[in-house]
Design a protein around this ligand. Structure first.
Ligand code: SF4
Length: 232
């Protein structure tokens, strides 16, 4: 699929989402939030579901957690124009509750189609619900920040940025996971990955030279994971 075909495919998916009634989440919403970004992105971020501001604007991650995500992207030399951002459900769950399994299942074909159209080299899951798509039964406190190959793609589970808004210690964990993303991927792709796989150019440029400091930060936060799991 070339870039124009990818854009057309994503536009078609967004149109289908706008008219979707496959679960009850569309009821009471202002806008669908199919996702946005670079149709040819090497890196795709998958969150949980739209919140209040996302519903109002029809765009993913535009509230406080979105601002934090922008900061995290900038910390590794990226911005929204280079990545694609979406959620496991495309309509806002009422009162920002968690998306239910049947709703995630109903919405899965759209996310599957987005992943297929974009064909990213790296998928970062944000929060428990998108992590479960690739690592069912895992605990995010145990696997966050650790890249794994899944269905031919490198998947990196991360905490949801919203979880860090009022938790300074968790904020440091997410920042450390993001800071280590280029280095983790370089190690993974240069080691166990098939020879044809290369470190995505966007991440190669963003490689973090201050790894020693990041390792120290991650070591400091590792023992806090059990406590943080109760928050998510
Ligand atoms: S959340 Fe997904 S499955 Fe449910 S109505 Fe919206 S687009 Fe359809």
């Amino acid at each position: 699929m070339d870039a124009k075909e990818q854009q057309r495919a994503l536009a078609m998916i967004a149109k289908q989402v706008a008219g979707c009634r496959a679960c009850a989440l569309y009821q009471g919403t202002t806008n669908p939030v199919p996702g946005e970004g670079n149709a040819s992105a090497e890196i795709m971020f998958i969150g949980e579901g739209p919140g209040f501001y996302e519903d109002r604007q029809g765009r993913p991650f535009v509230g406080a957690s979105g601002k934090f995500l922008d900061e995290l992207l900038a910390s590794v030399g990226l911005d929204r124009r280079q990545v694609f951002i979406t959620n496991v459900v495309k309509h806002r769950p009422p009162n920002n509750r968690d998306p239910q399994p049947d709703e995630i299942a109903a919405c899965k074909p759209y996310l599957d189609a987005q992943v297929e159209a974009i064909a990213p080299k790296v998928i970062v899951t944000l929060g428990r619900h998108s992590m479960q798509r690739y690592f069912p039964g895992e605990a995010i406190g145990r696997v966050h920040g650790q890249p794994r190959r899944k269905d031919g793609v490198i998947v990196v589970p991360m905490y949801h940025p919203a979880a860090a808004l009022h938790q300074q210690t968790l904020r440091r964990v997410i920042e450390a996971d993001f800071a280590r993303l280029p280095e983790f991927l370089a190690k993974t792709l240069n080691g166990a990955a098939p020879a044809r796989t290369e470190v995505p150019e966007q991440l190669r440029r963003a490689a973090n030279p201050a790894q020693a400091a990041v390792d120290a930060a991650a070591g400091e936060t590792k023992h806090q994971d059990a406590q943080q799991m109760r928050l998510l």
